[in-house]
Write a protein that binds this ligand. Structure first.
Ligand SMILES: C[S@@+](CC[C@H](N)C(=O)[O-])C[C@H]1O[C@@H](n2cnc3c(N)ncnc32)[C@H](O)[C@@H]1O
Length: 248
Protein backbone atom coordinates (compact mmCIF):
# COMPACT_ATOMS: atom_id res chain seq x y z
CA UNK A 1 0.00 0.00 0.00
CA UNK A 2 1.24 3.52 -0.74
CA UNK A 3 1.50 5.05 2.73
CA UNK A 4 2.92 8.44 3.46
CA UNK A 5 6.55 8.15 4.64
CA UNK A 6 7.40 5.63 1.90
CA UNK A 7 9.27 8.20 -0.21
CA UNK A 8 9.73 10.69 2.59
CA UNK A 9 11.57 8.10 4.70
CA UNK A 10 14.53 8.17 2.28
CA UNK A 11 15.31 11.71 3.41
CA UNK A 12 13.85 11.53 6.93
CA UNK A 13 17.09 11.40 8.91
CA UNK A 14 18.62 14.18 6.83
CA UNK A 15 15.54 16.39 7.34
CA UNK A 16 15.55 15.79 11.10
CA UNK A 17 19.35 15.80 11.54
CA UNK A 18 19.10 18.67 14.05
CA UNK A 19 16.44 16.98 16.22
CA UNK A 20 17.82 16.23 19.68
CA UNK A 21 16.81 12.56 20.01
CA UNK A 22 19.17 12.15 22.96
CA UNK A 23 17.44 14.85 25.01
CA UNK A 24 14.00 13.51 24.00
CA UNK A 25 14.81 9.87 24.85
CA UNK A 26 16.20 10.97 28.23
CA UNK A 27 13.05 13.01 28.90
CA UNK A 28 10.90 9.94 28.11
CA UNK A 29 13.08 7.80 30.37
CA UNK A 30 12.61 10.37 33.16
CA UNK A 31 8.82 10.18 32.66
CA UNK A 32 8.99 6.38 32.90
CA UNK A 33 11.14 6.52 36.06
CA UNK A 34 8.82 9.07 37.66
CA UNK A 35 5.63 7.04 37.20
CA UNK A 36 6.89 3.43 37.00
CA UNK A 37 10.43 3.11 38.37
CA UNK A 38 10.53 -0.69 37.90
CA UNK A 39 9.65 -0.56 34.18
CA UNK A 40 12.12 -2.38 31.93
CA UNK A 41 10.28 -3.37 28.73
CA UNK A 42 8.99 -0.93 26.10
CA UNK A 43 6.86 -1.36 22.99
CA UNK A 44 7.29 1.58 20.61
CA UNK A 45 4.46 2.52 18.24
CA UNK A 46 5.77 4.20 15.07
CA UNK A 47 9.45 3.57 15.82
CA UNK A 48 10.59 5.26 12.59
CA UNK A 49 14.31 4.90 11.87
CA UNK A 50 14.94 3.81 15.46
CA UNK A 51 16.48 7.01 16.82
CA UNK A 52 14.67 7.16 20.20
CA UNK A 53 14.59 3.38 20.57
CA UNK A 54 18.34 2.92 20.22
CA UNK A 55 19.05 5.51 22.91
CA UNK A 56 16.47 3.96 25.25
CA UNK A 57 18.12 0.59 24.56
CA UNK A 58 21.47 2.08 25.65
CA UNK A 59 19.76 3.38 28.79
CA UNK A 60 18.97 -0.24 29.66
CA UNK A 61 15.41 -0.78 28.41
CA UNK A 62 14.41 -3.83 26.40
CA UNK A 63 12.60 -2.16 23.49
CA UNK A 64 10.68 -3.48 20.48
CA UNK A 65 9.37 -1.25 17.69
CA UNK A 66 6.35 -1.40 15.40
CA UNK A 67 6.47 0.77 12.29
CA UNK A 68 4.34 0.93 9.15
CA UNK A 69 7.00 2.12 6.69
CA UNK A 70 9.06 -0.78 5.37
CA UNK A 71 12.01 1.48 4.53
CA UNK A 72 12.10 2.89 8.05
CA UNK A 73 11.94 -0.60 9.60
CA UNK A 74 14.90 -1.68 7.47
CA UNK A 75 16.88 1.41 8.49
CA UNK A 76 16.12 0.86 12.20
CA UNK A 77 17.02 -2.86 12.00
CA UNK A 78 20.34 -2.03 10.31
CA UNK A 79 21.08 0.25 13.25
CA UNK A 80 20.32 -2.51 15.75
CA UNK A 81 16.73 -1.92 16.89
CA UNK A 82 14.49 -4.96 17.26
CA UNK A 83 11.37 -4.01 15.28
CA UNK A 84 8.92 -5.15 12.62
CA UNK A 85 6.61 -3.72 10.01
CA UNK A 86 3.13 -3.37 11.50
CA UNK A 87 0.17 -1.04 11.54
CA UNK A 88 -0.51 0.09 15.12
CA UNK A 89 -4.24 0.22 14.31
CA UNK A 90 -4.36 -3.49 13.54
CA UNK A 91 -1.67 -5.95 14.65
CA UNK A 92 -1.42 -9.12 16.71
CA UNK A 93 1.32 -9.59 19.27
CA UNK A 94 1.48 -12.21 21.99
CA UNK A 95 3.64 -10.24 24.42
CA UNK A 96 3.06 -7.69 27.18
CA UNK A 97 5.30 -4.73 28.05
CA UNK A 98 5.73 -2.34 30.98
CA UNK A 99 5.42 0.77 28.80
CA UNK A 100 4.09 1.68 25.34
CA UNK A 101 5.63 4.83 23.83
CA UNK A 102 4.75 6.67 20.63
CA UNK A 103 6.94 9.68 19.91
CA UNK A 104 7.08 12.64 17.54
CA UNK A 105 3.36 12.94 16.84
CA UNK A 106 2.74 9.37 15.66
CA UNK A 107 -0.70 9.41 17.33
CA UNK A 108 -1.54 12.62 15.41
CA UNK A 109 -1.22 10.49 12.24
CA UNK A 110 -4.25 8.51 13.45
CA UNK A 111 -7.06 10.80 12.37
CA UNK A 112 -10.26 8.69 12.64
CA UNK A 113 -12.01 8.13 15.99
CA UNK A 114 -12.51 4.38 15.35
CA UNK A 115 -8.80 3.95 14.50
CA UNK A 116 -7.74 5.93 17.57
CA UNK A 117 -9.86 3.69 19.76
CA UNK A 118 -8.18 0.63 18.21
CA UNK A 119 -4.68 2.06 18.79
CA UNK A 120 -5.46 2.81 22.44
CA UNK A 121 -7.01 -0.68 22.90
CA UNK A 122 -3.90 -2.22 21.28
CA UNK A 123 -1.70 -0.29 23.70
CA UNK A 124 -3.78 -1.56 26.62
CA UNK A 125 -3.81 -5.15 25.32
CA UNK A 126 -0.01 -5.24 25.14
CA UNK A 127 0.62 -3.61 28.53
CA UNK A 128 1.12 -5.31 31.86
CA UNK A 129 -1.25 -4.33 34.64
CA UNK A 130 -0.54 -0.73 35.67
CA UNK A 131 1.59 -0.16 32.54
CA UNK A 132 2.17 3.30 31.04
CA UNK A 133 1.16 4.66 27.64
CA UNK A 134 3.29 7.74 26.80
CA UNK A 135 2.79 9.75 23.59
CA UNK A 136 3.00 13.32 22.29
CA UNK A 137 0.46 14.90 19.93
CA UNK A 138 -0.40 18.23 18.34
CA UNK A 139 -2.41 20.33 20.80
CA UNK A 140 -5.63 21.94 19.48
CA UNK A 141 -5.44 25.25 21.43
CA UNK A 142 -1.96 25.92 19.97
CA UNK A 143 -2.96 24.90 16.44
CA UNK A 144 -5.83 27.44 16.52
CA UNK A 145 -3.76 30.13 18.24
CA UNK A 146 -0.44 29.82 16.41
CA UNK A 147 -1.89 28.50 13.11
CA UNK A 148 0.23 26.24 10.91
CA UNK A 149 2.26 28.17 8.33
CA UNK A 150 3.96 27.34 5.06
CA UNK A 151 7.55 26.39 5.86
CA UNK A 152 10.60 25.78 3.73
CA UNK A 153 13.49 23.67 4.95
CA UNK A 154 16.79 23.13 3.13
CA UNK A 155 19.22 20.39 4.12
CA UNK A 156 22.17 18.69 2.48
CA UNK A 157 24.82 16.04 2.92
CA UNK A 158 27.90 15.30 0.82
CA UNK A 159 25.78 13.66 -1.94
CA UNK A 160 22.43 15.45 -2.15
CA UNK A 161 20.56 18.68 -1.47
CA UNK A 162 16.95 18.50 -0.29
CA UNK A 163 14.38 21.29 -0.21
CA UNK A 164 11.11 20.55 1.60
CA UNK A 165 8.12 22.84 1.28
CA UNK A 166 5.35 22.17 3.82
CA UNK A 167 1.97 23.73 2.97
CA UNK A 168 -0.78 23.29 5.56
CA UNK A 169 -4.49 23.02 4.83
CA UNK A 170 -6.76 23.21 7.89
CA UNK A 171 -9.92 21.10 8.18
CA UNK A 172 -11.36 22.82 11.21
CA UNK A 173 -14.38 20.59 11.70
CA UNK A 174 -12.27 17.43 11.72
CA UNK A 175 -9.42 18.60 13.99
CA UNK A 176 -7.12 17.76 11.08
CA UNK A 177 -4.42 19.70 9.24
CA UNK A 178 -3.21 18.25 5.94
CA UNK A 179 0.49 18.98 5.64
CA UNK A 180 1.24 18.88 1.92
CA UNK A 181 4.93 18.26 1.41
CA UNK A 182 6.76 18.98 -1.81
CA UNK A 183 10.25 17.52 -1.72
CA UNK A 184 12.91 18.55 -4.22
CA UNK A 185 16.06 16.45 -4.36
CA UNK A 186 19.18 17.17 -6.35
CA UNK A 187 22.42 15.24 -6.54
CA UNK A 188 25.44 17.39 -5.84
CA UNK A 189 27.17 18.59 -9.00
CA UNK A 190 23.97 18.25 -11.00
CA UNK A 191 21.47 20.96 -11.79
CA UNK A 192 18.55 18.50 -12.19
CA UNK A 193 15.95 18.37 -9.41
CA UNK A 194 13.60 15.45 -8.74
CA UNK A 195 10.28 16.43 -7.23
CA UNK A 196 7.72 14.39 -5.30
CA UNK A 197 4.70 15.10 -3.12
CA UNK A 198 3.34 13.52 0.06
CA UNK A 199 0.28 14.47 2.07
CA UNK A 200 0.47 13.97 5.85
CA UNK A 201 -2.96 14.48 7.50
CA UNK A 202 -2.32 15.41 11.17
CA UNK A 203 -4.95 15.36 13.91
CA UNK A 204 -4.75 17.67 16.91
CA UNK A 205 -6.27 17.00 20.30
CA UNK A 206 -7.55 18.72 23.44
CA UNK A 207 -6.87 17.36 26.92
CA UNK A 208 -10.54 16.39 27.63
CA UNK A 209 -10.64 14.54 24.28
CA UNK A 210 -7.64 12.35 25.26
CA UNK A 211 -9.08 11.96 28.76
CA UNK A 212 -12.31 10.57 27.28
CA UNK A 213 -10.46 8.24 24.91
CA UNK A 214 -8.30 7.05 27.80
CA UNK A 215 -11.34 6.29 29.97
CA UNK A 216 -13.07 4.46 27.12
CA UNK A 217 -10.07 2.17 26.59
CA UNK A 218 -9.13 1.34 30.19
CA UNK A 219 -6.61 4.05 31.07
CA UNK A 220 -6.45 6.87 33.59
CA UNK A 221 -4.62 10.08 32.75
CA UNK A 222 -1.65 10.75 35.02
CA UNK A 223 -0.27 13.84 33.28
CA UNK A 224 -0.55 16.13 30.27
CA UNK A 225 2.47 18.42 29.93
CA UNK A 226 4.54 20.25 27.35
CA UNK A 227 6.89 17.78 25.69
CA UNK A 228 10.44 18.14 27.08
CA UNK A 229 9.82 21.07 29.46
CA UNK A 230 7.05 19.50 31.57
CA UNK A 231 5.27 22.87 31.64
CA UNK A 232 1.50 23.26 31.85
CA UNK A 233 0.12 23.18 28.25
CA UNK A 234 -0.99 26.55 26.88
CA UNK A 235 -2.15 28.02 23.58
CA UNK A 236 1.56 28.26 22.69
CA UNK A 237 2.30 24.56 23.30
CA UNK A 238 2.36 22.76 19.95
CA UNK A 239 3.34 19.34 21.30
CA UNK A 240 1.74 17.94 24.44
CA UNK A 241 2.99 14.75 26.07
CA UNK A 242 0.40 12.46 27.68
CA UNK A 243 1.16 9.88 30.34
CA UNK A 244 -1.63 7.34 30.81
CA UNK A 245 -1.77 4.37 33.17
CA UNK A 246 -3.56 1.11 32.41
CA UNK A 247 -6.24 0.51 35.01
CA UNK A 248 -6.04 -2.99 36.47
C1 LIG B 1 7.00 11.83 12.46
S1 LIG B 1 7.38 10.13 12.29
C2 LIG B 1 8.07 9.71 13.85
C3 LIG B 1 8.99 8.51 13.78
C4 LIG B 1 9.80 8.26 15.07
N1 LIG B 1 8.93 8.01 16.20
C5 LIG B 1 10.70 9.46 15.36
O1 LIG B 1 10.52 10.09 16.39
O2 LIG B 1 11.59 9.73 14.54
C6 LIG B 1 5.81 9.34 12.35
C7 LIG B 1 5.95 7.83 12.16
O3 LIG B 1 4.71 7.19 12.44
C8 LIG B 1 4.59 6.10 11.54
N2 LIG B 1 3.18 5.73 11.47
C9 LIG B 1 2.13 6.54 11.14
N3 LIG B 1 0.98 5.84 11.18
C10 LIG B 1 1.30 4.58 11.56
C11 LIG B 1 0.54 3.40 11.76
N4 LIG B 1 -0.79 3.39 11.58
N5 LIG B 1 1.19 2.27 12.16
C12 LIG B 1 2.54 2.28 12.34
N6 LIG B 1 3.31 3.38 12.14
C13 LIG B 1 2.70 4.50 11.75
C14 LIG B 1 5.15 6.66 10.23
O4 LIG B 1 5.45 5.64 9.31
C15 LIG B 1 6.36 7.41 10.76
O5 LIG B 1 7.49 6.59 10.85
Amino acid sequence: MDYNFNLYSKYYDLLYGNKDYNEEANYVSDCIQKYSAEAKTILEFGSGTGMHGLILQKLGYDIYGLERSEQMVMEAQLRGLKCEQADIIDFEMDRKFDVVISLFHVISYIIENASLEMVFRNASKNLNSGGLFIFDVWYSPAVYHLKPETRIKKVENKDISVVRIAEPEMHTNKNVVDVNYTILVSEKNSDKWNEFQEKHPMRHFSIPEIELLAKLTGFEMLKAEEFLTGLEPSENTWGVNFILKKIG
